[in-house]
Ligand binder design. Sequence first.
Ligand code: CA
Length: 382
Amino acid sequence: MTQSRTFNYTPLIILGLVALSVLLFAALVMSKSGSTVGTNTQEQSQHQSSYRWRMVTTWPKNFPGLGTGAETFARLVNEMSNGRLTIHVHGAGEIVPAMGVFDAVSSGSVEMGHSGAYYWRGKSPATQFFTTVPFGMNAQEMNAWLYHGGGMELWREVYAPFNLIPFPAGSTGIQMGGWFNKEINTLDDLSGLKMRIPGLAGEVFNRAGGTSVNIPGGELYTALQTGVIDAAEWVGPANDMAFGFHEIAQYYYYPGWHEPGSMMELIINKDAYNSLPADLQAIVANAIRAASADMLDHYTATNNAALQSLINNHGIELKRFPDEVLQELRQMTEEVFQEQAAADPMFAKVYQSYQDFLTKAGQWHKVSEETFYQVRRNTAPE
Ligand code: CA
């Protein structure tokens, strides 16, 4: 009994304190892990959310290259996101007309569009640089300017007031000069012609005495056939043959001085884009870059067979614009650049960046690409 009265309680007290500490620590861990579980659940629910978007386009549904390029992008996004973001591609006229794409995406009535920036020069003249301008960059140079030369930042700046985020969506490469039913031997031969030729080139064509109009691709055949227009440019041999222009025009002119490396665009409504989790935004950005590369490959792979077929099976006459005509068109192009730069500060800003990059890329390509093309041709076996 005496022994029990003198029992040392110190170890029990220490044990009790330790146990209390463990309990408090455990409670703390549980409360922390509880909040972690909460965050995970929130993230998981965002990751499990699926998004069903609509894309409007300026092209006929599944039109080779342009329409199929939009479909390739939609398929890649679906595959890469495991179906969390699905995009239904609509041809021109299904939801909005070919030239209604910009406004439809800007207003948010649809989430996405696939088109060409130069169609929107009425919104801002600087948009023209993001498709192509006469005597400008080829496809390789455009890609380099956009991704590594500051072009993308300028494009986003130009589109920001319209609540749009743009992405390069594929190049046709250099286009053909267009379809004519009369020979073009001098600049005077352009005078009085009504031609479908969009963008800055249209201004140059007007200066040369013609009348430029912009008509969506799907309406071009009828316009040319019925004499609404006298001449038309669209893209290149593969696309032009698909529309059947060889049935109603005799002369197929080159080079495409007016469109040396036309870049298509993907535009996304900014609010819609911001609603996506970061991983889906990354999927969109990378899927469009892959689809963009694929589009240029497609054109490079298909144009020559179409051109040979147009010449050999359909009897069209392939003609080169005379150097004198090209020289005069170049002179007029420079005048249009200067006038539009003086009239619009954003045009001037983008023009400066574009021109600086083209000058530097041109210096390198004079040594590399240009020389090699000449050498390859001149040394070819007979
Ligand atoms: Ca064109």
